[in-house]
Ligand binder design. Structure first.
Ligand SMILES: Nc1ncnc2c1ncn2[C@@H]1O[C@H](COP(=O)(O)OP(=O)(O)OP(=O)(O)O)[C@@H](O)[C@H]1O
Ligand SMILES: O=C(O)c1ccc[n+]([C@@H]2O[C@H](COP(=O)([O-])O)[C@@H](O)[C@H]2O)c1
Length: 214
């Protein structure tokens, strides 16, 4: 029997800036799924005010945060496209590279998952990837009836049989609660306070040296 292709997982985000909530969630997802996880910054994030830092600045911070380990990688493919970074376009491009069979998991926090029906061509996402829903502190937002129906039809245990398929299942991932958000970090910096221990020291040092988010 041939060895199954390794699982690839993607955590897309604005990462304005990257923080320990992202990093720990990505790490635990990598362990639970036995996957390589790529952090993928959006160039022009759809559905939200545009980031304070440019894509290049956010990538600099991601590189500092990811230094010294191999399991979490950086995927900058969305920075090569102009216009809104629609995830469905990104997954289609990635599928052309990796083929239809390799299990691909799109990781989303519970907040992002609840917003899925507002995403561009959202039902096509299930043809392109599994969705890994990561717990995030705070009340879990209610799911719309259409998303709830998809959840019921597609839910699969993490130790279930999803690895035999490239896409289409919804996996629930229990992640250590870290109540950290990029908004909270930006607010602290804007008030002249230090968001120490909420993000890697090298990331904070770079933000302070450049005077970002003041
Ligand atoms: N603390 C956290 N725990 C689990 N998942 C998280 C956490 N922070 C962010 N995520 C998830 O990471 C992805 C990217 O998040 P994003 O870059 O928007 O960070 P954020 O902290 O939510 O930013 P902002 O406060 O600017 O909205 C989303 O799917 C989000 O749900
Ligand atoms: O494709 C879409 O329509 C879409 C709408 C909203 C968000 N996304 C993606 O979801 C990821 C998390 O977004 P955000 O805004 O929470 O940082 C990021 O990769 C975005 O590009 C994608």
């Amino acid at each position: 029997m041939s060895t199954p292709a390794p699982v690839l997982a993607l955590l897309g985000g604005t990462f304005d800036p990257i923080h320990y909530g992202h990093l720990r969630a990505a790490w635990e997802a990598a362990e639970q799924l036995d996957a390589q996880v790529c952090l993928m910054p959006a160039n022009v994030p759809p559905h939200r005010p545009q980031p304070r830092l440019s894509a290049e600045q956010r990538v600099q911070l991601l590189e500092l945060a990811l230094a010294g380990q191999q399991r979490l990688a950086l995927d900058t493919r969305e920075l090569r496209r102009d216009g809104p970074s629609y995830t469905v376009d990104t997954l289609r491009e990635l599928r052309e590279e990796i083929g239809a069979a390799r299990p691909l998991v799109l990781l989303l926090g519970t907040d992002a998952f609840a917003g899925l029906p507002s995403w561009s061509r959202w039902l096509q996402l299930f043809e392109l990837a599994h969705i890994g829903v990561m717990t995030r502190p705070g009340a879990a937002p209610a799911l719309s009836p259409e998303l709830h129906a998809q959840f019921l039809a597609r839910a699969c245990a993490v130790d279930g049989d999803w690895r035999g398929q490239g896409a289409g299942r919804i996996l629930s991932l229990d992640i250590t609660d870290l109540d950290i958000s990029a908004t909270g970090i930006r607010n602290l910096l804007a008030r002249g306070q230090e968001p120490r221990f909420l993000l890697p020291e090298a990331v904070l040092a770079q933000i302070r040296q450049r005077g970002w988010y003041r």
